[in-house]
Design a binder for this molecule. Sequence first.
Ligand code: PEP
Ligand code: MG
Length: 540
Amino acid sequence: MITISGKSVFGGVSIGKLMFYKRNEKVIKRTHVDDVDAEWVRFQQAKEAAVSQLKGLYDKALEDVGEANAMIFEIHQMMLEDLDYLESIENIIRTQEVNAEFAVATTSDNFQKMFAAMDDAYMQGRAADVKDVSERVLDILCGVNEGMKAMDEPCIIAADDLAPSETVQLDKSKVLGFATMYGSSNSHTAILARTMNIPAVIGLGEALLPDYDGKIAAIDGFTGKLYIEPDDETMAEMKEKRAKDLEQKALLEQLKGKENITKNGRKINVYANIGNVSDVGTVLKNDAGGIGLFRSEFLYLENTDFPTEEQQFSVYKQVAENMAGKKVIIRTLDIGADKQVDYFGLDKEENPALGYRAIRICLTRPEIFKTQLRALYRAAVFGNISIMFPMIISVDEIHQIKEIIKEVKEELKAEGIPFKEDVELGVMIETPASVMISRDLAKEVDFFSVGTNDLTQYTLAIDRQNAKLDRFYDPHHPAILAMIKMAAENAHAEGAWIGICGELGADLELTQEFLNMGLDELSVSPSMVLPLRKRIRECE
Ligand code: PEP
Ligand code: MG
């Protein structure tokens, strides 16, 4: 048995086969070929195999996510038949007498650059598609399998680290746990693990060897330990721990339907954070009073192109309808920093967390923002939707947002499309600037939601993605607590309500303090809803 220690991200025990996340990394070499005709045929066979894979994907997507979302696989098939694309590959093979892999990779690079340089955002988005289809052909030519897509039994995913876009693509029903070499406890993958109720340990370091692929392992999400091939004693201990944990969870179930009320009668709303429409099931299962943060950017991360107004409308509508009148706070897109999407064509930045992200993208690329706002205002007809804006630093930004909302409403009205006139609006308090001007901000909006993950990062000058800084990252820092208190006082002074949607909201050691500050709402990962409700009922 091998024991590796890391940091726990979410309590719970999972036992299963360890499977390493494969990124299909290939090294494409330029090699000389004598028989160019045979090489061209080899390419055509790989292309045909790719088209047939895409046909299969289209059929699966049609069943899982509907025609509009499945379309992308049809477009990818068409791209592989594109005459310019094929001509470029054939020319490179024949004139340079080189291997098909090199010809595909070169053509892919050239076409990507060509699309990325176009002015039109839609055409820029095609660069990611060229990359996708070319990678598929290259995988076939190089004999690389399809990585995690081939996961056919539930397993513990091991990786160096996972990008948010990689995590969202995993088949969640097959993920028993996460074990990563790096990553920080505040990263989006960690948040996702908590949302999905999945035991996870991070920061296991180099000791997590790829040799362990396929071996039986156990994650102890309480102690942050990963056991490879646990001995009989450890296995028995893990099974017992898992049973106790499940027992505890069953106990918490009894709280369902009960009010979130302290011993002396103070009520507080307990909502849940989600990143996807499929998370609504766990929100309802955990009996949350609403959704306090829908990270809408995951819709963008899951797509290979900008999600259309109709796609977004149908997702927001579905969430609102499923929540049946309970509050659903949807945050407008927070792309940038660690959440990168190829088709946005964003430049590499020195300091992405301090860079072009969130509302800054929306205000400078209003066409993207307007599409989302149109979808939100339309979907608001079908439930209790509120909208909130991330990374706010000035009142002027709110004025600009309101101006764009006005235009959106006028356009919808002129087009005769139904929408809700009065949607509750809020801002995220996640920059020190927003705290300091919170009195003025509160005059402009209906509510605040404190994003403690970023507020801590920006206040303590600690990169939330940097695992080395975890020991300096003190979420209980008096500066953070003072800021939340200040924002709460200013919100209430102007008749606005205030909640927390950052991870700190689930910190049960602080629940009493949050109640003392007069917070009106706490929004936490679905798996933390019941423990938090239990804690509230124990508070004064
Ligand atoms: C936060 O910053 O606390 C927050 C809730 O937003 P995100 O974690 O998505 O940046
Ligand atoms: Mg944030």
